[in-house]
Design a protein around this ligand. Sequence first.
Ligand SMILES: Nc1ncnc2c1ncn2[C@@H]1O[C@H](COP(=O)(O)OP(=O)(O)OP(=O)(O)O)[C@@H](O)[C@H]1O
Ligand code: SF4
Ligand SMILES: [Mg+2]
Length: 321
Amino acid sequence: MEEILSVQNLTKHFAKKGIFSSSRTVVKAVDDISFSLKKGEVLVLAGESGSGKSTTARLILRAIEPDSGRIFFDGTEIGKDSKSLDKIRMQCQMIHQDPYASIDPRMKISDILMEPLEIHKIGTKAERKKKVLDALHEVKLEPAEDIFNKFPHMLSGGQRQRIVLARALVLKPKLIIADEPVSMLDVSIRAEVLELMRELQEKHDISYIYITHDLSTARYLGQNISIMYLGKIVESGPIDEVLLHPRHPYTQALLDAISEPEPDNLLKEKKIRINEPLDIDVYQGCRFRARCPYAIEKCKEEPLLEQTGQDRLAACFVKLD
Ligand SMILES: Nc1ncnc2c1ncn2[C@@H]1O[C@H](COP(=O)(O)OP(=O)(O)OP(=O)(O)O)[C@@H](O)[C@H]1O
Ligand code: SF4
Ligand SMILES: [Mg+2]
């Protein structure tokens, strides 16, 4: 199958002021990561807070400049010229965590949804209106004509996130990057928003990067998963295999944190104690070393992300599973 996105050796470091005003440290937010996505594929990017998930998304959309690395989107290298930026900004849409922050409260829903079409100079006014009404039907906000004239504050959080989805859809995107799209919504409506996302993905064959630290919803949408830890991908592969048979101690630890004592819980319970991080340079050797219950002497070197089986990669010296 054809690739829609290929990320090669992507790197972004930030300078961070230390606790003492003179000291400066570097945050390796994204540190030489590579992955690719096939057309119609849903890739889950998971990992706890600060692992570099949102930075990766912002780099793909060129909201920020990478230090190094290459990104190919639908056959075009991004960043080479302004046409490549127009292409990614039109055909790759981002959905953020907070539907309140991502839409302007002073704008009417009609204007919010028309705006991307106007920016990209698509269609006549009548054609734009039709596209917008179609998108409202797609996200099941009915009656669309009524919603059209409302303001964001007149809608619920779930409805607002549907507006954000509709705004992405009007541009007929090939790739949607959804960054924690349901984490700020009421638990009771999360499932229906995810279900809608899945329905739209299947109907329009859109590729998704679904960013989350919630592994329990990840399996619902994803086919493949990449687990990030401190700027590195530490494990990747088909989602069911990775979550049922994790090969990296960090993946095990993440699963351990969510395993519930339910009889139908397919996730194997893992007993891993996470040590408190020691006061060491986390970028020396394996970044998970200070917290890893399996650490050995060799872990003072940095492990490479290597193949451990069909379609599976892990960056660890110890063979688990
Ligand atoms: N503009 C910036 N300036 C300095 N440091 C930054 C900047 N953006 C991100 N970082 C740092 O880079 C690291 C990765 O941040 P990022 O937002 O990508 O993580 P994340 O995986 O999306 O986390 P979360 O789950 O909390 O959203 C963090 O340590 C963060 O503090
Ligand atoms: S390389 Fe060593 S420290 Fe790192 S995850 Fe594997 S066992 Fe743990
Ligand atoms: Mg984030």
